[in-house]
Design a protein around this ligand. Structure first.
Ligand code: PMP
Length: 284
């Protein structure tokens, strides 16, 4: 597999990043994951816009323009023959001479840019067919979850807690209400109404969330953007999650409580279909 590191396309075994890189030492970096269908990128411009916002919020600079970034995505997809899967992109504040909490001077320390691809079947997934089971866990992450940083230890621990409990994923709860999934946005459906937490600093502004809500509105579905409790979720007719790499995935149980008849709900299945059809048509 060919990966991209700071201007060069190299075999993955030859790719190198410094041990002093601030992504490695301080989790001082941001990332994006863009899905590939039919060899084309889904919602690249949405991901690029969020990346620019993440960078701006952390006072970090991109070493390349968004047009160059698009070209790099396409080149990697082409070189690695990816028809279905994703492109991972990470920008860190680079490798300063010494380990120091204070940000280095950006003129002396260029940021590090890394991209790689993963081939993976996205459309035909077991999770989409059967739905997933989630548990609820406390949300103890930092307060700027709207910035897509590489600090993913707690979400990673959350997936492990779910696994240990015999579930597939975890929904995080703060002040009595659900924020989001460990790596996805969370939704419940009650009587044809789709309910999902409003945007703010407490959750990541999912690119898939924006697309799915747009398609839902265009299909005359009713949407409420507001917080909901885990109790309300357990009493919902159905639930689902969205993310770039899993599209729309039904949730069939929360903390061991089955939703509806315990199979993927009609709204989630319909939204998954619409999302795949529409984003596939618009892929670049
Ligand atoms: N929330 C969190 C915490 C995530 O990690 C992700 C996936 N990166 C999402 C939501 C979904 O965002 P997107 O639809 O842009 O993949």
């Amino acid at each position: 597999r060919t990966v991209y590191v700071n201007g060069a396309y190299v075999p993955e075994e030859e790719a190198r990043v410094s041990v002093f890189d601030r992504g490695f030492l301080f989790a001082d970096g941001v990332y994006e994951v863009t899905s590939v269908l039919d060899g084309k990128l889904l919602d690249f411009h949405g991901h690029a816009a969020r990346l620019e916002r993440s960078l701006r919020e952390l006072d970090m600079a991109s070493p390349v323009t968004m047009d160059e970034l698009l070209a790099i995505h396409r080149e990697l997809v082409e070189r690695n023959g990816v028809t279905e899967g994703m492109v991972y992109l990470q920008i860190t504040r680079g490798a300063a001479a010494d380990r120091d909490f204070v940000f280095p001077d950006p003129d002396k320390t260029p940021s590090t840019l890394v991209l790689f691809t993963q081939s993976k079947g996205l459309i035909d997934s077991a999770a989409a067919r059967t739905g997933i089971r989630v548990i609820s866990i406390d949300d103890i992450r930092w307060g700027r979850r709207d910035i897509k940083t590489v600090q993913l230890l707690y979400p990673s621990m959350g997936k492990m807690m779910a696994k240990k409990a015999g579930a597939d994923d975890a929904w995080m709860v703060e002040d009595g209400v659900v924020t989001e999934g460990t790596s996805n946005n969370a939704y419940i459906v009650k009587g044809n109404k789709i309910i999902t937490r409003h945007l703010g600093t407490e959750i990541l502004h999912g690119i898939t969330r924006a697309a799915v809500l747009k398609f839902a509105r265009e299909s005359q579905m009713e949407i409420e953007e507001r917080p909901f409790t885990i109790e309300e979720a357990k009493a919902a007719d159905e639930a689902f999650v969205t993310s770039a790499s899993t599209f729309v995935t039904p949730v069939v149980a929360i903390d061991g409580v089955s939703l509806g008849d315990g199979t993927p709900g009609a709204v989630a299945r319909r939204l998954r279909e619409i999302y795949i059809d529409e984003s596939r048509k618009a892929a670049i």
